[in-house]
Ligand binder design. Sequence first.
Ligand code: CUA
Length: 339
Amino acid sequence: MSQKARVIQGSAVLAAVLALADAACSGPGTMTSNTAGQGAHRISVLAVGMFAIAAFVFLVVISFLAYGLFRRRRESDDGKPILNDGGGTRMVLFGGVAFPIVVLIVLFVITLVALEAQARDDTGTHVFTVDVIAHRWWWEFQYPTQGIDTANELHIPTGQPVLMQVTSDDVIHSFWVPKLQRKVDAIPGRTNDVTLEATADGTYLGECSEFCGLQHAHMQFHVIAESADAFNSWVADQQRTPPAQPTGLVLAGQQVFLGSSCVYCHSVSGTTATGTVGPNLTHVASRTTLAAGTIPNTPQELAAWIANPQSIKPGTEMPASDLTPTQLRELVAYLESLS
Ligand code: CUA
């Protein structure tokens, strides 16, 4: 291969690596760019700082290696190599002992400062608390102050610290919103605290970041950070109880729902459905996705989900239903009315 071809090939490989690195660091599931929360910003600064220091050390080491490889060996007058004139010892003491000690101390101190600031965040004041309960494979969000129980969509007011009290109903999961905050483990029988505070309005992707079984990758949620007014109106909507006596197709669907096994696992406030195994459906139509971010929340997808959940999310605890097409249509109409 000619010199020119080699340069071109090398450049192409470098460009591909840089493109991959950029794609890996700029998506919704990373915390190294466009962060919108104090905690994530702090970790991003720490990560970039550590990378810069590591890159500097790497360059210094490679420079010395190149110098050692390519320098001409010095010889004394009689043609023998000069093995040690004292300069080598000084270099080893500085480069091999003093320099690494300084670098490690700097890394240790900036990590301690970040950890301390993080601990202060999580024990500081907050406007209210959300109980986060991880399930295989979805997220339950209970707002005890507001009396709300919802799933897979977490609303918070922008610029206000909200305390998440994270636990699990079954196995170990991990609650993570990369753009906002560090990860926190969801452990059965234990509660771990972490504060979410968004610095800008937006919808932020959250995900389970601890392998928890077959559908670990389908255990997403969204954090919607919005103005105090928008948040308060969402709270008011969620607190509403759906009409006890709907009409037409919706009434037929309500009867299908209350007469089926749905009620053993799901709740709809104001009805006899009080199951707590699956997500609370009181305002299911207000959510944008179904099955923890697996499919969009449209009537067609909802019908397909109810008819055969295992085909969409194999392993989910939701069983297939044996409803007739008419019953399914009525049930979807009822669920769509729960906004
Ligand atoms: Cu839950 Cu992974």
